[in-house]
Design a protein around this ligand. Sequence first.
Ligand SMILES: *Cc1c(COP(=O)(O)O)cnc(C)c1O
Length: 400
Amino acid sequence: MKSWVEISEERLAANYGALAGVAGDEVAVLAVVKADAYGHSAKVCAPVLARAGVEWLGVTDAEEGVAVRTAVAGTSQRRQPRIMVMSGPLREDAEAIVQNELTPVVWTRQQMEWLADAVARLGAEPLAVHLEIDTGMARQGVAPGAELRELLQWLAVQRSLRLDGVMTHFASSEVADSPLTLQQRVRFEQALGEVASAGLGPVWVHAGNSSTVDNSAVSEHDRGSLVWLRSVASGVGARAMVRCGLALYGYCLPVEGGRAMVEPELRPVMTWKTRVIGVREVEAGDTVGYNAIFTASRPMRLALLPVGYADGLRRELSGSNTAPGGWVMIGGRRAMIVGRVSMNLTVIDVTEIANVSVGDEVVLLGDGVTADDHARLAHTIAYEIVCGMRAESRLVSAAR
Ligand SMILES: *Cc1c(COP(=O)(O)O)cnc(C)c1O
C-alpha cells in the first residue's frame, strides 16, 4: 500500500467530548460526516461517533446517508443516531431518504412534494423534514417573509411530512462580533416567529458549525452564539443544536478578534502515513526532480516516497533552494521536501537523519506536520487539505 490513514478513535471521541462540553447540556452537537468524514472515512468514523453518543450525524446526500446508516447499524447503541441529509434532495433521492429514514433538509415546495409522493407510494410513516432558512448565504434555504409563510401554510396541512426542525447556516461564524452574523440571527428569529404563527412546533432548532462553538465566548458586545441559540430554541419550545464537522477531526479556523473556546483542546484525528521506497546519495550540484528547482549544495542523502499530488499531497509543498516547501516527519524529526512533488513520487532530505532505510514509516500529515501547515503552503484552508487525501483509512486505538 502506497499510503494509508490512521484514525485515532480516542482523539475523535475526545474532540466530540470537547465540543459537547463547550456547547453544554442544552445544545446538542450534530456530528458532520459528509464528504466521507472530511476525507477521514465515514465508514470508520460514524460508528466511533455513534458509540460516543451523538444523537445526529450529518451527510451531504442520500447516497452517503445510506452508507452511514449501514455503517452505524452494527453498533450496539441503545438508540441509533438520526441521519440528516444536508444538501437539498433531487427527485431521485426521495425513495432512498424515506426507505432509510434519513432526515432531509428542504426549502422548496417541489422538494417536499417529491418526498411526500415517496412517502405515499411506499406507505411509510410521515417523514420528518428540516426546513432551511436563508439568512444571508444565498445557497440553500427560503428567506423569511411572504415566501416562507406560503410554504409553511402548505406544509402545515401535509399528512406525509412533519416539520421536525428549522435551521440556518452562518457565513462568518469564526468572526467575533460579526455584523453579518448579527443580521443573520435577526432574520432567523423572524423566520422562527413565522413558523410559530403557522401553528408549527419544530422539535429542533439548529444553526452554525464548529466555529460557532469555538467562537462562543461572551464579549462586552455579544452574549455569544450558543446563548443566543439556546434562547431562540427554547422560545419556540424546541431543542437547540449546532452542527460540527472540522473540529471533530481536530482542526478549527482561527477565531478572528475573539477567544477560541474549543480549539486548544482539539487534536488531529488523522495521521497520513507512507513508507520510504528508496534512499540515495547525491553530490553537490546534482538536481532533484522536474525542472530541477532544487540543486544539492553539498553531498546529501535523499529518500523517495511513493506519494504525490495524485494522492492529495499538494504540489505547492514542492521545495526549491530559494523557497523551502513542506516537510514530513520521520522518526519524530522533520525532513524537508526537495524538488517538485510529482504525481506519484516525492523526494525528502534525510541527510541529517541517521539510518533511514527502505520500508521506514513516514508521517505525511499528523503530529508535527498538520493540515494547517499544508493549508498555509497551499494557500487554502485545512478543510480542503483533509478532504483532498486519497488513501484508505483504518481505525487505531491506543487501548488495543
Ligand atoms: C459542513 C456543514 C457544517 C459543518 O461545518 P464545520 O465548519 O466543518 O463545522 C455545518 N452545517 C452545514 C449546513 C454544513 O454544510
